[in-house]
Design a protein around this ligand. Sequence first.
Ligand SMILES: Cc1cc2nc3c(=O)[nH]c(=O)nc-3n(C[C@H](O)[C@H](O)[C@H](O)COP(=O)(O)OP(=O)(O)OC[C@H]3O[C@@H](n4cnc5c(N)ncnc54)[C@H](O)[C@@H]3O)c2cc1C
Length: 482
Amino acid sequence: MVREVTTDGNGKATGVSYINKEDRKEYQLKGKTVILAASACSSARILLNSKSSQHPNGLGNSSDMTGKYLHDSTGSSRAFFVPDLMNRKTYNEDGVGGMHVYSPWWLDNKNLDFPRGYHIEVWGGLGMPSYGIGFGAAEMNKYIGETVGGYGDKLREDVKKFYGSMIGVSGRGECIAREDNYCEIDPTTVDEWGIPVLRFNYTWSDHERKQARHMHNTFEEIMHNVGGIALGDKPGADQDYGLLNPGRIIHEVGTTRMGDDPKKSVVNKFQQMHDVDNVSEAIESSPKYYGRTTEEMYLDDALLEEKFLTVHELETLVVLCDLILPANDQFGSAVDAGVPEFIEFISKDIPKHQLPLRGGIMWLDNRANKRFNKVFKSCNAIEHKQLADEIAYPDKAAPELSQGVEFFTLVRDLTLTGYYTTKMGVDDLGYKGNQPNVWDGVPDDVLKEHGLSYDEEWLAKCVDQSTRNETAQWDDDGNLIT
Ligand SMILES: Cc1cc2nc3c(=O)[nH]c(=O)nc-3n(C[C@H](O)[C@H](O)[C@H](O)COP(=O)(O)OP(=O)(O)OC[C@H]3O[C@@H](n4cnc5c(N)ncnc54)[C@H](O)[C@@H]3O)c2cc1C
């Protein structure tokens, strides 16, 4: 962990001083040139922490510009439900998510009341089940006039009915870089390595607010044109039109301003510091690691070692989960899929679930005791059904049972996530995505259902299915020859 760039008596960089995370001791590394590539904020932090008699304001900061003009992309989102996409046939389609489908900028900027622009990232589709799948599936029924809530076979049908029928749109735009948006060293706080941390001063201006307002008007236009129904309310001025807090879009840039004038910028056009020519910035390279990290794997092991639920609580969840998703003639039950063990794990991974789960189980036992003079797990099937019916349908439940409704909804959500993220659940849902080299496009019958078809001319130009398993080859001039 680098603390600072070290310098000689002339103010030239000589290397870095860093803390070894293994032995927690400080060491020096020497070098002719120092290239900082610690990301926008951390690079600024290292520079600002590198104070010396030649650089009293931080390394290369005679302009007082380091940390300033910090900006992040703007971000605001909306989601909608598209009834036409209910009951989708599943096929080799993995949804759109992190990969983003960008909608191009189609507007005339002269007519806008804000500078620059934004793109829209579209997400949705028949994506791979993950944490959160099925959350709220039973609530979607309100949009089609059916009873909200429920459990059992009907719940299983609901999950499939609504799978792939939600579309989300996220606007990501350019924010105007301003000098008064900046990070600086916090004079009172250090991290665990004893290195002073940054603090941030950042506000959105009307440029970004108007941009976000425009995003939401555009989202609604898209929604209207695809026959969608809005989920949630359109954020207004009182919520900055849904603009997420600065830093949430994790695209921070701008702390070591580039320019020709050393009084107004930190680095020149070659990313060398004006004041110290053997220090360069290399901000904004590509991420290198994907997938699970060693730390995550250690965390999983540690969580599996701990126990949160008592034997009684687990036994209660076994009964409840099987009531929520019993086996049918094709697939096993929630308990067969290991859902109680999943809830045990997730309550440690996401501790906010602990109190509602523990308190909810007590509430349920208390209710069962009042009605049948025994705890929930000891009731018979008819009594279980009577107790579940009281709290499984939020719109019909008695107001004094609202805590029970909350608890049942939580366990239903976790049961669906636990079940549909197992192999059994994935098979049940019919998820087919992620099959490489077998993409033949949207099946004809699905296209016909929506009155669509592929354009033969473009198919011939873009997709030659007969060569899809061949590795592409290029000639020496970079021309594609296969
Ligand atoms: C979850 C997420 C999703 C993103 N999605 C997208 C996307 O879809 N498209 C897109 O264009 N961009 C995306 N971004 C942004 C993109 O990842 C960053 O803009 C880019 O990685 C920045 O590159 P960088 O080399 O400047 O910094 P980083 O990639 O952050 O690399 C900085 C490195 O320096 C190390 N470091 C920091 N401080 C110190 C120190 N004091 N001592 C030693 N080492 C240090 C860090 O550990 C890190 O390894 C995403 C970012 C995140 C976090």
